[in-house]
Design a protein around this ligand. Structure first.
Ligand SMILES: *Cc1c(COP(=O)(O)O)cnc(C)c1O
Length: 373
């Protein structure tokens, strides 16, 4: 079995050899200086990726991305206040579900995945409901592949004096995000999507005064944003055992990110996305993500023939080293393809060839069956 697989799911992603090799470190306790130094540089790196200045900080958790979302939502909203959540996909719905699980009052702005946000709806809510403490928005809705706009929503939050919380799980490091320009107070992501690390570390980049204001407000013990920050600032240590080797791999991934630069990574994703889209369309597939709202990160694709069998397609491609991802939208004959990770131009060429071969085989089978019948 080859170690390298071409993952066309939106994380965990295909990682570079240097990231895989970085896992192999001497056993070390996370309370040693060598490790706390590593954590410090990772925290600084994350603020840099977010284009923050020294009024921003970052907090890490040993968790999948959802852990940091849970930490943020359940720490930031004060008792008896509300959170406004824009819900135009599975991940928006998850933000609502987290708040509801903890008994936090929610206001939902629900809209279909293919309709652009109406900013006046958000503004109406903010203008008429002073109990709304924060607006939460998913930047890249990984369920469909659409991007929600950060800058105008951030400007509204700034104007009405509310916190702006952004789930940028699958766009952080892969899109032009600037926490200062976009007036973002809290932005959440994880090690294993556009930053190309291994799964296991989730983080929040936060405006420090906003984070300090959460002291004592957390509803969870483990996912207490302020407590985690306090421990990191005062001891340099994560209070609970972190995934040590994953942190070394994450640092290797961040080093590679800075070498490539944000602009370089965006350009790489755009090139893979365009190549994938052109190849799919040439084969008769259609992309359901509206072009005007589409990210260059992931697309929802419709299979051209009626006899679509996701499992059969997945298994055939998987045996050849390609991983595709099931649909989230309730639209038949669809599946998802992402171009995050260390995916090369040749990988896409090989994938398109494998896809075409699968379809031809299936069409031939159907025709033969037709003749026999
Ligand atoms: C992947 C993803 C998550 C969840 O991340 P986990 O690491 O699986 O917990 C949340 N939001 C968005 C937008 C995502 O793409």
């Amino acid at each position: 079995m080859t170690i390298r697989q071409v993952l066309l799911n939106p994380g965990p992603v295909t990682t570079a050899d240097a990231v895989k090799q970085a896992l192999l470190v001497p056993d070390i306790c996370h309370r040693e200086t060598a490790f706390t130094d590593l954590i410090k540089t990772i925290r600084e790196d994350l603020v840099t990726v977010a284009q923050g200045d020294d009024s921003y900080t970052s907090v890490l958790f040993g968790a999948s991305g959802t852990g940091a979302l849970e930490a943020c939502i359940t720490s930031v909203i004060p008792a008896a206040k509300k959170i406004l959540v824009v819900n135009n996909g599975t991940y928006g719905a998850r933000l609502l579900a987290i708040a509801e699980r903890y008994g936090i009052d929610t206001v939902a702005y629900e809209l279909p995945f293919d309709r652009p946000l109406d900013l006046s709806v958000i503004e109406q809510h903010l203008a008429h409901d002073p109990e709304i403490a924060a607006v939460a928005l998913v930047h890249h809705e990984t369920s469909s592949g659409i991007l929600n706009p950060l800058t105008p929503v951030g400007a509204l939050c700034q104007r009405y004096g509310r916190y702006f919380i952004v789930d940028a799980m699958s766009s952080f490091g892969g899109c032009d995000i600037d926490v200062r320009r976009d007036h973002i107070d809290f932005i959440i992501s994880s090690s294993n999507k556009c930053l190309h690390g291994m799964p296991g570390i989730a983080f929040v980049v936060a405006k420090t005064p906003a984070l300090l204001a959460t002291a004592g407000a957390a509803r969870s013990y483990y996912f207490d944003l302020h407590q985690q920050y306090h421990a990191l600032e005062n001891t340099g240590q994560l209070p609970f055992t972190p995934p040590v080797q994953i942190a070394y791999a994450f640092k290797a991934a961040l080093d590679a990110f800075f070498e490539e630069t944000l602009a370089g990574r965006i350009a790489r994703y755009q090139a893979r996305y365009a190549q994938l889209l052109a190849g799919l369309e040439a084969q008769g597939f259609t992309c359901l993500t509206p072009a005007s709202m589409a990210s260059h990160l992931l697309m929802t694709v419709r299979y051209p023939d009626n006899d679509f069998d996701f499992e059969a397609l997945h298994d055939t491609l998987f045996a050849q080293g390609f991983t595709i991802y099931p649909k989230k939208l309730a639209i038949p004959q669809t599946f998802r393809l992402a171009c995050l990770g260390e995916i090369t131009e040749d990988d896409i060429i090989a994938f398109l060839a494998a896809l075409s071969a699968y379809r031809q085989t299936r069409l031939n089978q159907t025709t033969e069956a037709g003749h026999v019948g």
